[in-house]
Design a protein around this ligand. Structure first.
Ligand code: FMN
Length: 192
């Protein structure tokens, strides 16, 4: 319980820092950015980062979900995704998101799957139009980092501004609040 309360306190302090920067960095009046955090997560790591970003920005959050869940077991999902990739078949995702033009800044989260975004995120991007919007990618991975994620998002959203992304190692997602707050502050500065 003590640990949870300490974690919540750290998050609140960091949220205060970041929100203050949104409202008035250097005392200047800034435009309020409409922020969306959209993500896919199979085993929960990317969801952790997405929820921290939502708490820090006060933005909206949307979870991409497949209509048929992937197997939970690692070897089974790897086999299925490989099969999908070889056949070029994209997984179906649940509908429910129709607001791509309502946002200025989109944090797009995905697990790294074979060096790029997860296939449900590909399906999502191929159905949306983020023209003129800034997309900031973030991934969690077992260590290979961003891979070709920025370039692959640009191919699917050629008229969006794809900002430099950020990779988080899955072994440290729970201890990255400070890193996320710093990265977020710099992403917000770039988006203005
Ligand atoms: C199908 C599949 C492919 C993966 N490919 C990679 C990879 O290329 N590089 C890597 O570092 N990790 C890879 N991973 C590990 C995931 O990126 C990592 O566990 C991630 O944090 C999972 O995020 P999630 O919990 O949000 O689903 C892969 C995992 C799966 C299931």
């Amino acid at each position: 319980m003590k640990k949870i309360l300490c974690g919540a306190l750290v998050l609140l302090i960091l949220a205060g820092i970041v929100l203050a920067q949104i409202v008035s960095p250097n005392g200047k009046e800034e435009k309020t950015l409409k922020i969306l955090v959209v993500y896919y997560s199979h085993s929960g790591n990317t969801r952790e980062i997405a929820n921290m970003l939502k708490d820090l920005t006060g933005g909206d959050i949307f979870e991409i979900q497949t209509t048929a869940p992937y197997p939970a077991e690692y070897n089974a999902i790897v086999k299925q995704v490989k099969k999908e990739k070889n056949s070029g078949i994209k997984p179906q995702i649940k509908n429910g998101f129709a607001g791509s033009q309502n946002y200025d800044l989109v944090f797009l989260g995905s697990p790294c799957w074979f060096g790029t975004i997860a296939t449900p995120v590909e399906t999502f991007l191929s159905r949306q139009d983020f023209s003129g919007k800034t997309i900031v990618p973030f991934v969690t991975s077992g260590g290979s980092g961003l891979g070709s994620i920025e370039r692959d998002i640009s191919v699917l959203q050629p008229s969006a501004n794809v900002a430099p992304g950020r990779a988080f190692n899955r072994s440290s997602v729970k201890s990255t609040q400070k890193e996320i707050a710093d990265w977020l502050a710099s992403s917000l500065r770039q988006a203005r």
